[in-house]
Write a protein that binds this ligand. Structure first.
Ligand SMILES: Nc1ncnc2c1ncn2[C@@H]1O[C@H](COP(=O)(O)OP(=O)(O)O)[C@@H](O)[C@H]1O
Ligand SMILES: [Mg+2]
Length: 143
């Protein structure tokens, strides 16, 4: 099961990329794709389409396009896609770092909800929608 993660601008500018990726690696979750990307407005709007009507939408778009992010595709070796997404969401923690458990990525590296250091797809359906925004099929590998 493949799912998208984005290490958001503050994860990159604060030098947390290696530490955050290692959280997944040490769980045995493989990377199927990885790149550094400065997200443009078009990609940001596509990614955050479901939040279009929220009051924090503009801030969300401004932040994700402000400086480079690391985009990755995680490959979780589970037969159950919902279980795979749940595990990734458990590792990243609650949306608001103030509520995220210590030991989760957001709980250890985040402080503000609008700067919560990482994005991860929230369902197999959103993974299927989000991965092609950042990766072509030939940029993903099986091993
Ligand atoms: N109330 C809020 N105020 C500011 N930013 C928010 C708020 N709620 C969510 N966000 C931002 O929007 C992103 C997308 O929201 P959502 O999809 O609900 O959370 P998640 O990233 O956990 O899936 C969050 O990661 C967070 O950075
Ligand atoms: Mg979400």
């Amino acid at each position: 099961m493949r799912s998208l993660i984005l290490l958001k601008p503050w994860a990159v500018s604060r030098g947390l990329v290696g530490e955050i990726l290692s959280r997944f690696e040490r769980r045995g979750i493989k990377l199927a794709g990885l790149k550094l990307v400065h997200v443009n407005r078009e990609k940001a709007e596509k990614l955050y389409l479901v939040h279009k009507d929220k009051e924090f939408y503009e801030g969300l778009i401004t932040h994700i396009t402000s400086s480079p992010v690391v985009a990755g595709v995680l490959d979780v070796p589970f037969d159950d896609p919902d279980g795979a997404v749940s595990l990734i969401r458990k590792i990243i923690g609650a949306t608001d770092p103030a509520k995220a458990e210590v030991g989760t990525i957001r709980g250890d590296y985040g402080l503000r909800i609008d700067r919560n250091v990482i994005h991860a797809s929230d369902s197999p359906k959103s993974a299927e929608y989000e991965i092609p925004i950042f990766f072509n099929g030939d940029e993903l590998v099986n091993y």
